[in-house]
Ligand binder design. Structure first.
Ligand SMILES: [Zn+2]
Length: 272
């Protein structure tokens, strides 16, 4: 199951990454220097290096990850859904939705708790916004997130297959919701009734504080509507909005090591 899991995850990642990358080149939503030419290459090297380091750290410290936790809980007979004897199909669907809510909640906490924001700001310090932004998460954030998800999985007794599907979908929707692809207004408003679209999530990457603290969803869009954190469009428009964190404007040129050190560098008042 574990090696099958790696093949399924890697296969889905490569397929989604390649198709989104081609789509971005073919039909970009915003044409900015950060998302083209030399600056894009620089950002991609940084973002993909962070992904590589984070994946390796996760493999070393918690190789079983969320799917392994589900299989482990299964052998022990643990978890709420098992105790109440829920149908596996219902347990699978519910696990998917609850895990998505848990990730939404974790994202809100990452903005509200200063210690977590130190780590999460690595993601927001990217001054561009494309599919590689959706892969740019500090190794500590990846580890914390995986322990959080694994804890929920064990508590629920989530079926391993639904956890695997969730992980693949989350990875794919993170690339999609950060992608710099042009989507018609009509399709966007239809899609965002249920799912997060790039235009919806770009608002979250605005350097305006009110907008950074909105649209926390990666996959389902309804959590933000339900909890009053939904902002439909950026105040300055997608063309006029500033992307990233104002205090790190330009400094993304400093690559992997700058990003890895960022959680441990001192916080100015304006950084909080
Ligand atoms: Zn965020």
């Amino acid at each position: 199951m574990i090696s099958g899991e790696i093949i399924a995850r890697l296969g889905a990642f490569v397929a989604i990454f390649a198709s989104m990358a081609i789509y971005e080149l073919w039909s970009p939503r915003l044409e900015r220097s950060e998302m083209a030419g030399a600056l894009k290459s620089r950002r991609w090297v940084t973002n993909l290096s962070i992904l590589l380091v984070s994946s390796m750290v996760l493999r070393i410290i918690f190789p079983a990850a969320a799917v392994g936790a589900a299989l482990w809980a299964e052998t022990k007979g643990w978890g709420l859904f098992r105790i109440i004897g829920m149908e596996p199909i219902v347990a699978g669907i519910l696990s998917f939705v609850i895990l998505d809510f848990a990730v939404w909640l974790e994202h809100v906490a990452s903005h509200k708790i200063p210690l977590l924001w130190r780590i999460h700001r690595v993601h927001h310090a990217d001054n561009g916004f494309d599919l590689t932004t959706g892969l740019r998460f500090h190794p500590v954030e990846i580890l914390l997130s995986m322990f959080w998800k694994a804890g929920i999985v064990v508590l629920l007794g989530a079926p391993a297959l639904s956890v695997l599907v969730f992980e693949i979908v989350l990875n794919g929707t993170s690339m999609f919701s950060h992608s710099n692809v042009a989507i018609s207004k009509r399709f966007d408003s239809l899609l965002r009734r249920v799912f997060v679209t790039p235009d919806m999530h770009r608002v979250h990457h605005s350097s305006m504080h009110r907008e950074t603290d909105s649209n926390y969803g990666f996959n389902f869009s309804f959590w933000d509507r339900l909890f009053g954190t939904y902002v439909p469009q950026p105040k300055l428009g997608h063309e006029g909005m500033e992307i990233g964190l104002a205090q790190y404007r330009g400094s993304y040129a400093a690559g992997l090591f700058w990003a890895l050190k960022l959680p441990f560098t001192s916080l100015r008042r304006s950084d909080q």
